[in-house]
Ligand binder design. Structure first.
Ligand code: UGA
Length: 436
């Protein structure tokens, strides 16, 4: 078992560190935020991720998981160091490598052990790992032999722990066999297939995978938009397509587009990466454009249903960019709420966990309800933005019971049309016929 340090305790770093300690490694997670580190030492996760708190507590008790603000303490003796800091988006769409560079400098300043392997988990443009090598080299305080590996993550928020233990593949991009073998050994207990390649290809696999998944979503959303007009049902179309093993059923759920911290950022970054080598990635540009339009689909539908939304009371159900997370980054709810307010509507929103984060981003013009019932009370229309299990399980009678007029715009196709037809509600969804 290895001595591992993880830089950055966002959801990638923290989940990686916690799971590596769970399979037996000795892990130290380092973060500059003292308050966050104090909490994590007590087993309290700064992010909402199902199962994470229990796993943290268990491994802290076992003495295999540590948290510190001291780079020296974390790096001095480490055999493997994971870089898992954020790579936010710059205004031009490219990835901001400030935090990666800082991590590399800190690593250079403190590593002492010969043969230490530095593995990058952060999503970084092709070629960045070579820069990381140079940054570390520049800051070495003594001659230390080290290797760089690209080891991209494929975790989904909300199922990150499951994905760590049951992922489809682990990609290791290395410049030499020894470094690849070290990371392979670290990951062996997970029992997940390992694919080894060069550093540049590993970096590209991450972007290409996210871009491809985003493409599938925009593709099915465009099909949905056509389905509505020709009288087809996108749920059946996606199912029928997915039966073809060459296509497969995943990521063909039509809705109001993709959000989150990854797809929007990584698709733009890949367009930028292509542009940097004089290639216009037209397909991906269209994927992004389609997604931006799709996020406003419910507002568009409501506008054409009501003529004007001025003075209407709208219940927004779900705020997070997807269920099982409190993450609001690039959530469709943000643009929807802003657009509704601009139209002169009032908004009462409910989310089981993302409300605090939503307040910070959307602001206090929206009323934040503490239950679905409260949000629905006296509403002229409801919009389902996030398919939380709690929302999918709502008895359909509830809409008629609490709303002024039970008119529902469902952006995530939560209910089967046959079920809706049994209730006295007006129902508009994505890629399916409306129930009037
Ligand atoms: C995504 C990838 O799925 C992970 O493999 C990757 O590691 C991660 O980005 C990352 O780069 O860190 P995540 O953003 O957590 O994970 O969430 P997804 O479950 O992929 O969903 C992304 C968005 O697509 C959500 O807004 C979701 O509602 C939407 N989506 C997903 C659809 O609209 N339709 C689908 O069929 C699937």
């Amino acid at each position: 078992m290895k001595k591992i340090a993880v830089v950055g305790t966002g959801y990638v770093g923290l989940v990686t560190g916690v799971c590596l300690s769970d399979i037996g490694h000795h892990v130290t997670c380092v973060d500059i935020d003292e308050r966050k580190v104090e909490k994590m030492k007590q087993g309290i996760s700064p992010i909402y991720e199902p199962g994470l708190d229990e796993l943290m507590k268990r491994n802290i008790e076992r003495g295999r998981l540590h948290f510190t603000t001291s780079h020296e303490e974390a790096f001095r003796d480490a055999e493997v160091i994971y870089i898992a800091v954020g790579t936010p988006q710059k205004e031009d769409g490219s990835a901001d490598l400030r935090f990666v560079e800082q991590a590399a400098r800190d690593i250079g300043a403190h590593i002492e052990r010969d043969g230490v392997v530095i593995a990058t988990k952060s999503t970084v443009p092709v070629g960045t790992n070579e820069k990381i090598r140079a940054w570390i080299q520049q800051h070495l305080q003594r001659p230390v032999r080290f290797d760089i590996v690209s080891n991209p993550e494929f975790l989904r928020e909300g199922s990150a722990i499951y994905d760590m233990f049951h992922g489809d593949r682990i990609v290791i991009g290395a410049g030499n066999e020894r470094a690849a073998a070290v990371i392979e050994e670290v990951n062996k207990p997970f029992g997940i297939p390992i694919f080894k390649t060069d550093i540049y290809s590993a970096e590209m696999i991450k972007y290409a995978s996210n871009a491809f998944l985003a493409t599938r979503i925009s593709f099915i959303n465009e099909i949905a938009n056509i389905c509505e007009k020709v009288g087809a049902n996108v749920e059946d179309v996606a199912y029928g397509m997915g039966l073809d093993t060459r296509i497969g059923p995943q990521f063909l759920r039509a809705g109001i587009g993709y959000g989150g911290s990854c797809f929007p950022k990584d698709t733009k970054a890949l367009v930028q990466i292509a542009g940097d080598v004089d290639h216009q990635f037209e397909l991906l540009e269209a994927v992004i454009k389609v997604n931006n339009k799709q996020q406003l689909k419910l507002v568009e539908k409501a506008r054409s249903r009501f003529g004007s939304l001025r003075g209407k009371r709208v219940a927004l159900l779900g705020l997070a960019f997807k269920p099982n997370t409190d993450d609001m980054r690039q959530a469709a709810s943000i643009v929807i709420a802003r657009e509704l307010l601009q139209d002169g509507a009032s908004v009462a929103a409910y989310d089981p966990v993302a409300t605090e984060n939503a307040k910070r981003i959307i602001g206090d013009e929206v009323v934040y309800a503490s239950s679905v019932e409260e949000a629905l009370t006296d509403a002229d229309l409801a919009m389902i933005v996030t398919e939380w299990e709690e929302i999918k399980q709502l008895p359909l009678d509830l809409y008629a019971k609490y709303m002024k007029t039970p008119i529902v715009f469902d952006g995530r196709n939560c209910y089967p049309l046959e079920e809706v037809k049994k209730h006295a509600i007006e129902y508009h969804s994505i890629g399916r016929q409306s129930v009037l």
